[in-house]
Design a protein around this ligand. Structure first.
Ligand code: FES
Length: 256
């Protein structure tokens, strides 16, 4: 291990999922990369829908003494607009960190950075040589039918669409998701009436963290923990729009 290794960190940056099981692969890959590069810190980070987000991962690396942080986006397609945004997130993080913040470098697109066609051809060859046909039965489910419960329509009157797109995620939306679900689950009348759903970008990112409540179609933001509770109680239980967080849509629910 060299001193340079000790001052270097790598952030593996991928898309998030809705459950730990869908994000474990990136975390595991980060652990394996750390074994390949002893001494360097390796942090997983998620662009959306899971934690830690990019600023949190950069802070972890910097607090541990990293002087150079390489950010490796693992995303296909490597969208130009998303990459521009990620550069902004990194620059804002560095500006907030102030003097002495680490140098940040972004890897190029995965499809240019590694010989991907050769790796995929190898994976296809190994699959053809070793994998059996797709199983016809998984647990109790045969392939023709979905689970029976998927035919039941829940009786909620409202949907709370919570944005966990990249820009909202970078300002805390993923960390607030358990607050939203906890607020609903801990309040029997909310639990009965509201179904929270995660969404990707809803577009007015500058108002995030953002939530849209349907069927009335009222947009709220920026929301913190207190704002989530107040807005939901106001809207769903008192049938009023919370003026403090109203962004767009009906100003009063009588108009809706
Ligand atoms: S990322 Fe949430 S509105 Fe765009």
């Amino acid at each position: 291990m060299t001193t340079d290794d000790q001052r270097t960190a790598i952030v593996l940056l991928g898309r998030g999922g809705v459950a730990k099981s869908t994000t474990g692969e990136l975390t595991e890959l980060a652990a394996q990369l750390a074994q390949q590069w002893p001494g360097a810190q390796v942090q997983p980070a998620f662009i959306d829908r899971w934690q830690p987000d990019l600023p949190a991962a950069l802070t972890t690396c910097a607090d541990a003494g990293a002087q150079t942080i390489a950010i490796l986006p693992l995303m296909l397609p490597d969208e130009a607009a998303l990459r521009r945004w990620l550069h902004k997130v990194a620059m804002r993080w560095r500006a907030a960190r102030g003097d002495g913040s680490p140098k940040l470098v972004f890897a190029e697109s995965l499809s240019h950075a590694v010989p991907l066609p050769a790796l995929l051809a190898d994976a296809a060859r190994r699959t053809l040589a070793s994998q059996p046909d797709v199983p016809t039965l998984v647990g109790d489910d045969d392939w023709q039918n979905g689970p029976k419960g998927w035919s039941s329509v829940p009786e909620h009157t409202h949907h709370a669409l919570w944005c966990t797109g990249p820009r909202c995620a970078a300002i805390g939306a993923v960390a607030l998701w358990p607050v939203l679900t906890g607020t609903i689950n801990d309040t029997p009348e909310l639990k009965k009436r509201v179904r929270p759903l995660q969404t990707s970008c809803q577009y007015p990112c500058n108002h995030g963290p953002l939530m849209i409540v349907y069927p009335e179609g009222v947009w709220y933001g920026p929301l913190d923990a207190d704002g989530i509770r107040r807005t939901l109680e106001c809207h769903v239980l008192c049938h009023e729009v919370d003026a403090a967080t109203h962004v767009h849509g009906p100003q009063t629910l009588a108009d809706a």
